[in-house]
Design a protein around this ligand. Structure first.
Ligand SMILES: Nc1ncnc2c1ncn2[C@@H]1O[C@H](COP(=O)(O)OP(=O)(O)OP(=O)(O)O)[C@@H](O)[C@H]1O
Ligand SMILES: [Mg+2]
Length: 211
C-alpha cells in the first residue's frame, strides 16, 4: 500500500499522522518505508531523534523530492509492505508526483473554515492526478478535532460537498499526547502512560487507510 498524507494547507498534522502510522505499521510487523517529501525535513528529524533514543527507528526512511517521489517510490514499492509519504503544506512537485503513484491520499484538516475552504485546491490536484492514476482513493479526515461541540459535525458536512474526496467519520482529536510523543521521537502508541483515546483514534484511522 502506497499512502500519501497530503494537504496544500500547512500545519494540519500531515507529518504527525505520517510518522505515527509508520511506527504503528512497523510495530505490527510490516516492512515500512517512510518517504520525507518535504524539504522542511520534519519526518527526517523525527526519525533521527527516534534513532538516537531507541537505537533504530523500526522502519526505513528516505528523503525524496519532486519527480523522484514518483520514480523512486515505483522502484522501491516491491521491497516494502507499506510506503508512507509525507509532503509539505503547499502545492509542490513532490505532492503532485506522490498523487500519481499512491493508492490512497489521506487529507488531514482541522474543523475550521480556512481548512475547509482550502480543500478546493487538493480536490483539483486529485482530479488531475486521477487522469494518470484513476484508482486513487482520497480520504479527508479531521485531525486536531475538538473534543466536543458542533464544529466537527459542521466541518464534516462541509467537507462532504468537496468534489472527489471521501469524508471519514473517524476523527483524531486534538490531544497533547501527539506533540509529547513527537518530542521524544515516539508514536502515541509508545508513550507511558498511554493516552488510550489517542491510540484508539489513530488505530481506527490506520485500519481504514490500510484496508
Ligand atoms: N491530533 C493532534 N493533537 C494535538 N496536536 C497535534 C495533532 N496533530 C498535530 N498536532 C500538532 O500540530 C502541529 C503541526 O503538526 P504537523 O507538523 O504534523 O503538521 P504538518 O501538516 O505536517 O505541517 P507542515 O505543513 O508544516 O508540514 C505540531 O505541533 C503537532 O504536534
Ligand atoms: Mg509536515
Amino acid at each position: 500500500m502506497i499512502l500519501v498524507i497530503g494537504n496544500t494547507k500547512g500545519g494540519v498534522g500531515k507529518t504527525t499522522i505520517a510518522v505515527n502510522l509508520a511506527v504503528l505499521r512497523a510495530a505490527a510487523g510490516g516492512d515500512v518505508l517512510l518517504v520525507d517529501g518535504d524539504d522542511q525535513g520534519s519526518a527526517t528529524l523525527f526519525t533521527q531523534l527516534r534513532s538516537e533514543n531507541m537505537g533504530a527507528p523500526g522502519y526505513t526512511a528516505v528523503v525524496l523530492q519532486g519527480a523522484a517521489v514518483r520514480t523512486q517510490v515505483r522502484q522501491l514499492a516491491p521491497k516494502y509492505g507499506d510506503i508512507i509519504i509525507d509532503v509539505g503544506g503547499r502545492d509542490t512537485g513532490s505532492l503532485r508526483a506522490a498523487l500519481t503513484v499512491a493508492h490512497c491520499l489521506l487529507v488531514p484538516l482541522q474543523p475550521r473554515s480556512f481548512d475547509v475552504w482550502a480543500l478546493d485546491q487538493i480536490s483539483a490536484l486529485v482530479k488531475e492526478a486521477r487522469e494518470l492514476n484513476p484508482d486513487l482513493r482520497a480520504l479527508a479526515f479531521l485531525n486536531g478535532a475538538d473534543p466536543q461541540g458542533r464544529d466537527n459535525a459542521e466541518a464534516l458536512e462541509a467537507i462532504g460537498e468537496v468534489e472527489g474526496l471521501e469524508v471519514l467519520k473517524a476523527v483524531v482529536v486534538r490531544r497533547k499526547a501527539f506533540p509529547n510523543a513527537a518530542a521524544q521521537g515516539k508514536a502515541v502508541t509508545e508513550m507511558q502512560p498511554r493516552d488510550s483515546k489517542a491510540v484508539e483514534e489513530l488505530t481506527v484511522l490506520a485500519d481504514i487507510a490500510f484496508s
